[in-house]
Design a protein around this ligand. Structure first.
Ligand code: UD1
Ligand code: CA
Length: 463
């Protein structure tokens, strides 16, 4: 039986943050979640997560599907694993151990470690990588025959050891009996005064147990995050990987360098993503859409054949063949039905807009229900807030709202009604009627000439 221990108790001192490193957001997800998801995808269960710094917060963010072991004081990675051992099921024959700060790991890495452990019957298989710059990592020590004999941490390494480019990546597959045997033999007599998990390798090798290095063909899969600069680099690699996967599934990404798509997002085939597009959270995009340039979408559902660009859209449902942009702000609770068109400088909040309705210029719609095929003229405002409460505006099918109308809620406009431009509508408008609510225009013929003459008579100051 294969189980796993994920170490996530550390503070992450080098991140220089108030937040525990394990829940640092990376493309919208807590850092350690990527490691847990890779283990789950490899079919490993149960997973024991070691928490300590900010334990409650970390546990809440990662979810209740895992077993949690508390490491109250962070005395090192070896000490972290000691806290998890009592939670291992008795039937566990092999234990995968992973650092919670290495989010690029894939299920294949875990499978390869386990398979190598089974094939070689090694006490431990450890994943190593050859890095151009090994700074900060533990270095792999081998004997003249090439056998792994130990790991030396950067802070404990002699100058010649620092030149070693093969590093420990903090991914291991231990035989459960070997792990239980090695842990009590660790000491904390080292530069950091910690119980290093890495020392189990030297302990096992010295006792004649078999230790095998599994060298990753792609070292980037095993990179860890200790600083925010590493977070940025690992984030870039993860983002690129997700974009590549989308492209292979039939999505066109014009410029991967400026496209931000979180792993929770789904995009349909033949959709084209223009530069500077951000798709976040629980967002689902249909097929044959064109998104961007300059688009931000969070927690939205978008149907097929939509064209959304240069706009900010949050928690909205957008049906098929809708166009939005440029410069629209669509806020939570909005539903745009099929064929709706939203144009520039339009803000919509908590509004249902019926099929085929147009809202093309300079408009605020809040807390409203709008029917099908309505035309909302330039500069329309729903006055939904009286300073204390919000009120609804209801606009029927086929309504024509003239430019610069002010609709003072609560108010209902019946089907096919017309609202004259510049009206301030305070009362309900029955269907098929015209409402005009403005003062009529007066013409004062010759007013300018009369004014000029009266000024002259009074000795005005004209040149
Ligand atoms: C560790 C390894 C190093 C390796 C590197 C790979 C040790 C001693 N060193 O160093 O050889 O090259 O990972 O990324 O193992 N943690 C706990 N409790 C603790 C200390 C750490 O749970 O008391 C957790 C951290 O939250 C983190 C992980 O263990 O998720 C690794 O700890 P970190 O301090 O990042 O170790 P590195 O210095 O990177
Ligand atoms: Ca680390």
């Amino acid at each position: 039986m294969l189980t796993a221990i994920v170490m996530a108790a550390g503070k992450g001192t080098r991140m220089k943050s108030e937040r525990p490193k394990a829940i640092t957001p990376l493309l919208g997800q807590p850092l350690t979640r990527y490691v847990l998801q890779a283990l789950e995808a490899a079919g490993v269960a149960p997973i024991i997560v070691v928490v300590g710094h900010g334990a409650d917060e970390v546990q809440r963010a990662l979810g209740e599907q895992y077993r949690y072991a508390l490491q109250a004081e962070q005395l090192g990675t070896g000490h972290a694993v000691m806290q998890a051992v009592p939670y291992l099921p008795a039937e566990a024959t092999h234990v995968l151990i992973a650092a919670g700060d290495s989010p690029l790991v894939t299920p294949e890495v875990f499978r390869a470690l386990h398979e190598t452990a089974l094939q070689t019957d090694a006490a431990c298989v450890l994943a190593t990588a050859i890095l151009d710059d090994p700074t900060g990592y533990g270095r792999i020590l081998r004997d003249a025959a090439g056998n792994v004999v130990g790991i030396v941490e950067e802070k404990d390494a002699a100058p010649d050891q620092k030149a070693i480019r093969e590093v420990c990546t903090s991914f291991y597959c231990f035989r459960a009996d070997a792990l239980r045997d090695a842990l009590p033999r660790l000491s904390n007599q080292n530069a950091q005064g910690e119980y290093y998990l890495t020392d189990t390798i030297g302990v096992l090798a010295a006792s004649g147990a078999r230790v095998v290095a599994w060298q990753s063909p792609d070292p980037t899969l095993l990179l860890g995050v200790n600083t925010r600069w590493e977070l940025a680099q690992v984030g870039h690699a993860l983002r690129t990987r997700l974009l590549k996967q989308l492209c292979l599934e039939g999505v066109t990404v014009i410029d991967p360098a400026t496209t931000y798509i979180e792993p929770t997002v789904r995009v349909g085939r033949d959709t084209v993503i223009e530069p500077n597009t951000h798709l976040r959270g629980d967002t689902i995009i249909g097929a044959n859409c064109t998104l961007g340039p300059d688009l931000y979408l969070q927690d939205c559902t978008v149907g097929d054949r939509c064209h959304l660009f240069r706009s900010h859209i949050i928690q909205a449902r957008i049906d098929a063949e809708v166009s939005v942009g440029p410069f629209a702000h669509i806020r939570p609770g909005t539903v745009l039905h099929t064929g709706v068109r939203v144009g520039d400088f339009v803000e919509i909040k908590n509004v249902e807009v019926g099929e085929g309705t147009k809202v093309l210029h300079l408009t605020y719609l809040g807390d409203a229900t709008i029917g099908k095929r309505a035309n909302i003229g330039a500069g329309t405002i729903t006055c939904n807030y009286d300073g204390e409460r919000k009120h609804r505006t209801v606009i029927g099918d086929g309504v024509f709202v003239g430019s610069h109308a002010t609709l003072i809620a609560p108010v209902t406009i019946g089907d096919d009604a017309y609202i004259a431009a510049a009206s301030a509508i305070t009362d309900d408008v029955p269907p098929e009627s015209l409402a005009i609510a403005r003062s009529y225009q007066t013409i004062k013929a010759g007013w300018v000439r009369k004014r000029r003459e009266s000024k002259k008579g009074a000795g005005g100051n004209e040149p």
